[in-house]
Design a protein around this ligand. Structure first.
Ligand code: PLP
Length: 402
C-alpha cells in the first residue's frame, strides 16, 4: 500500500512557507541583560520581550531561585500528584489566590497547558466554546481539542458573542477571551462580556497572560481593573512568563473549580511539576509586582512617551494603552524589511506576520518594559522614523484598508 510520507509532506509545507516569504527564523540570544541583548555578536536594544515589569533579572527573584534550587535540586522530579508538589508550590498558589482575590489557585507548567487542561476538564467533550476571533492560539486550540463546538465572534464585539451564544441553544457554554490581546494590546470588554455570560448562564474564562502585573490595583490584572468578582469571572488564567519574568501559569477560581481541575485536567495530572525553584522565584516576583507600584507608573509613562512620539511621526499605531504597541504595516514583506532595517540600527522588534495574525495584518509588535529608559524609547522612535520613512506611506494605506 502506498501512503503519503509524513516527513515529505511537512517538508513541502515548510518550503511553501519559504516561497510565501513567511518562514520564521530562530536565532539564539548569546547574552541578555535587561532589554540589552546580544545576537551574532551584535548588541541590540530589545522591544520584543514580555518582561513588562523588568523582573526577569531582579536580584531578589534570582536569589529566591538559587536558594530553592540548592534545597530542592533542579527539578520537581515528578507530577504534583505523585511527589512533585513542594511547599514552594503551595506558598505560590496561596499568594496567587490572594492577589487575584480567588479562593484557590492551581499551577501549570505553561499557559498552553493551563488553557488546554482547563477547557478539556470543563467542557468534557461536549457543549460550546465561544471565543473572540483574536484570542491566543492556545485558547483556540484548547477548545478544538476539548471536543466542544468552537464558535468565534468578531473581535471585542459583544453583540457578535451574544449571537454565537444564542445559536448554541441550551448547550453548556464557556465564553473565553484574552484579557489583553497578545498581538493587538487592546483590553477585552470584560464587563459587557460578564453581563452577557450572566444573562446567558455561560461560564466566563479570562486569559490574563498580558494583564497580570500590568493592569489594576497592585497589578492584579484586567479582571481586577474591571472590578469583576469571582462569580462574574469564575475561571481566571494568567501566565508567569511575562510580567512576572519567570515561567509557568495558573488558574484561579473557586475551591470547587481547583479541586475539579486537580482531578480532571490531564495537562495538570500527567506532567512534571514546575521546578520548585521557579515557584520560589515567582513568589518573590509577585511580592515585587504587588508592592513596587513605581514599575507600573514608569511603564505607563514610557507607553505615553512612545505613543506621543509615534503619533507625531504619523505611524499607524493600534488603539492600545498596554505595553503591547503594534505598528500596523499590513504587508508581510514590508514588515520584515522594516524590522530588518530597525535591527541594522541596533533595535530589535518582533515582525509578526500571518498566520500569527490575519492576512494583511502584519505588524511590528513593539513591547515596552519598566526596564526601558526614556532614552531607549527615544532611540526606538528615532530608528522608526528612519526605518519606516520609506515604508510609511504604503504602510498607512495598507493599515487603513484592514
Ligand atoms: C494570551 C496568551 N495566553 C497564553 C499564552 C501561552 O502562555 P505560555 O507562554 O506560558 O505557554 C500566551 C503566550 O505565550 C499568551 O499570549
Amino acid at each position: 500500500m502506498s501512503r503519503p510520507d509524513l516527513l515529505q509532506r511537512l517538508a513541502a509545507r515548510t518550503a511553501g512557507r519559504e516561497r510565501a516569504g513567511l518562514r520564521r527564523r530562530l536565532r539564539a540570544v548569546e547574552h541578555a541583560h535587561g532589554m540589552h541583548i546580544r545576537i551574532n555578536g551584535r548588541e541590540l536594544l530589545a522591544f520584543c520581550s514580555n518582561d513588562y515589569l523588568g523582573l526577569a533579572r531582579h536580584p531578589k527573584v534570582i536569589a529566591a531561585l538559587r536558594e530553592a534550587a540548592n534545597e530542592h535540586g533542579a527539578g520537581a522530579t515528578a507530577a504534583h500528584l505523585i511527589c512533585g508538589h513542594r511547599r514552594e508550590h503551595v506558598a505560590l498558589e496561596e499568594e496567587l489566590a490572594e492577589w487575584t482575590q480567588r479562593e484557590r489557585a492551581l499551577l501549570f507548567s505553561s499557559g498552553w497547558l493551563a488553557n488546554l487542561g482547563a477547557m478539556q476538564a470543563l467542557l468534557d467533550g461536549d457543549g460550546v466554546c465561544v471565543q473572540d476571533k483574536l484570542n491566543h492560539a492556545s485558547l483556540l486550540d484548547a477548545a478544538k481539542l476539548s471536543g466542544a463546538a468552537l464558535k468565534r465572534y468578531q473581535h471585542a464585539d459583544c453583540e457578535s458573542a451574544a449571537r454565537q451564544l444564542a445559536g448554541a441553544g441550551g448547550l453548556p457554554a464557556l465564553l473565553a477571551t484574552d484579557g489583553v490581546f497578545s498581538m493587538d494590546g487592546d483590553v477585552a470588554p470584560l464587563r459587557e462580556l460578564a453581563a452577557l455570560c450572566s444573562r446567558e448562564s455561560a461560564t466566563l474564562m479570562v486569559d490574563d497572560a498580558h494583564g497580570i502585573g500590568v493592569l489594576g490595583a497592585q497589578g492584579a490584572g484586567s479582571v481586577a481593573e474591571a472590578g469583576l468578582s469571582p462569580s462574574e469571572v469564575p475561571v481566571l488564567m494568567a501566565t508567569l512568563g511575562k510580567a512576572l519574568g519567570t515561567a509557568g501559569a495558573f488558574i484561579a477560581g473557586s475551591a470547587a473549580l481547583i479541586e475539579g481541575l486537580t482531578q480532571f485536567a490531564r495537562t495538570y495530572v500527567y506532567t512534571t511539576a514546575l521546578p520548585p525553584s521557579l515557584a520560589a522565584a515567582t513568589s518573590a516576583a509577585v511580592r515585587i509586582a504587588r508592592t513596587e507600584t513605581w514599575r507600573r507608573e514608569k511603564l505607563n509613562a514610557l507607553i505615553a512617551r512612545f505613543r506621543a512620539g509615534a503619533q507625531q511621526l504619523g505611524l499607524p499605531l493600534a488603539e492600545s494603552r498596554t505595553p503591547i504597541q503594534p505598528v500596523l504595516l499590513g504587508d508581510a514583506e514590508a514588515t520584515l524589511r522594516a524590522a530588518d532595517e530597525l535591527e541594522s540600527g541596533g533595535v530589535l522588534v518582533g515582525a509578526i506576520r500571518p498566520p500569527s495574525v490575519p492576512a494583511n495584518g502584519a505588524r511590528l509588535r513593539i513591547t515596552l518594559s519598566a526596564a526601558h529608559q526614556e532614552a531607549d524609547v527615544d532611540r526606538l522612535l528615532d530608528a522608526l522614523a528612519k526605518g519606516l520613512s520609506r515604508h510609511c506611506e504604503r504602510a498607512t494605506k495598507a493599515a487603513s484598508s484592514l
